[in-house]
Design a protein around this ligand. Sequence first.
Ligand SMILES: Cc1cc2nc3c(=O)[nH]c(=O)nc-3n(C[C@H](O)[C@H](O)[C@H](O)COP(=O)(O)OP(=O)(O)OC[C@H]3O[C@@H](n4cnc5c(N)ncnc54)[C@H](O)[C@@H]3O)c2cc1C
Ligand SMILES: NC(=O)c1ccc[n+]([C@@H]2O[C@H](COP(=O)([O-])OP(=O)(O)OC[C@H]3O[C@@H](n4cnc5c(N)ncnc54)[C@H](OP(=O)(O)O)[C@@H]3O)[C@@H](O)[C@H]2O)c1
Length: 258
Amino acid sequence: MSELPHGLIEGTVIERIDWTDNVFSLIVTAPINNYIAGQFTKLALQNLSGEWIRRAYSLVNSPNHKKGYQEMEFLLITAAEGELSPRLNALTKDDRIYVGKEACGFMTLEEIPEEAKDLWLLSTGTAIGPFLAILDEQLTQSRFENIVLVNAVRTEAELVYQSKIQALVERYQGKLRYIPIVSRQHCARALTGRIPALLGSGELAKKAHVKLTPENSFFYLCGNPCMVHDTSDVLIQLGYRKHLRRKAGQYSSENYWQ
Ligand SMILES: Cc1cc2nc3c(=O)[nH]c(=O)nc-3n(C[C@H](O)[C@H](O)[C@H](O)COP(=O)(O)OP(=O)(O)OC[C@H]3O[C@@H](n4cnc5c(N)ncnc54)[C@H](O)[C@@H]3O)c2cc1C
Ligand SMILES: NC(=O)c1ccc[n+]([C@@H]2O[C@H](COP(=O)([O-])OP(=O)(O)OC[C@H]3O[C@@H](n4cnc5c(N)ncnc54)[C@H](OP(=O)(O)O)[C@@H]3O)[C@@H](O)[C@H]2O)c1
C-alpha cells in the first residue's frame, strides 16, 4: 500500500446494512476527531493502480450517540460507473477503509438563524443521512416548533431507515412530520412527484400541516444538485432568500455532486 495521504486515517467496517441492491449503509470505527451533526467526512480506498480515491460522505449518526463519535454510520448509493462507490459497496465486516480524520460542513444546527421556528429538511436519496444526524440531537427537539423531514427517492424500496424515523417521530411527540416522496412508482404511503413542484403547489405544506412563512420557516436542501437548483428557484419565487452569515435568509443547501 502506498503512503496514506495527509488527513486520512485507517478504519474498520464493523457492519453493513443492505437496503436495496445498490443502497447500503456502512458502520465504521476509526479514531476521527469529534464532529457536529450534519457534517461530512471523506471515505477513501486505493484503485487498482494504487491511486487514492476519496469522496465526501455525510455522517448519519449524531456524534453524541451512545456508541461514541468514533463509531460512524454512512448511507451510500452505488453510482453507475462511479469510481469509488462500487468499491465501497464491495466492503464487508472487518474490511479496512480509510476515513478523513476531520469532518467539515456548514449544514448544522448552529448555522440556522435564531428566529426560525419551523425547520424544513428537504432531501433526495442518500441525502436524508445528515438530516437523521441532526434529528438525533436533543437540541433539535427543543429548539423548533415544527420539523418536516422530506425524502424523495425513485422507488419505494429506497425509503430507508423507516424504524429509526418512526422512533424519531415518536420521540418528537408531534413536532416532527416525515413526508416520503416516491417518483417512479405508485406508493400509497408516499407523495408522487418532485420536491420543487410539491413545494410550489403548496402540497408539501398541506401534507405537513405546517404553514410556510418567511418569518418562521427555514429550509435545508440536500442531495441532487438539480433538485437544489429547482427548489431554490421556487423558494425565491415564494419570497424567500438564501441564508448568508452576513445577511440572514431562509434557506441553505448542500449539493452531493456538480
Ligand atoms: C458534501 C457531500 C456529501 C456527500 N454525502 C454522500 C452520502 O452521504 N452518501 C452518498 O451516497 N453520496 C454522498 N456524496 C456523493 C459522494 O461524494 C460521491 O460523489 C458518490 O459516492 C459517487 O462517487 P463515485 O466515485 O462512485 O462516482 P463518480 O465517478 O464520482 O461519479 C459521480 C456521479 O454519480 C452520481 N452521484 C454521486 N453521488 C450520488 C448520490 N449520493 N446519489 C445519487 N447519485 C449520485 C452523479 O451523477 C455524479 O455525477 C456526497 C457528496 C458531497 C459533496
Ligand atoms: N435509484 C435507482 O433505482 C438506481 C438504480 C441504478 C443505479 N442508480 C444510480 O444511483 C444514482 C441515482 O441515485 P438516486 O436515485 O438516489 O438519485 P436521483 O437521481 O437524484 O433521484 C432521487 C430523487 O430525486 C429526484 N430528482 C431528480 N432530479 C430532480 C430535480 N431536478 N428536481 C427535483 N427532484 C429531482 C428524483 O425524481 P425523478 O425520479 O423524477 O428523477 C428522485 O425522486 C445514479 O448515479 C444511478 O447511476 C440508481
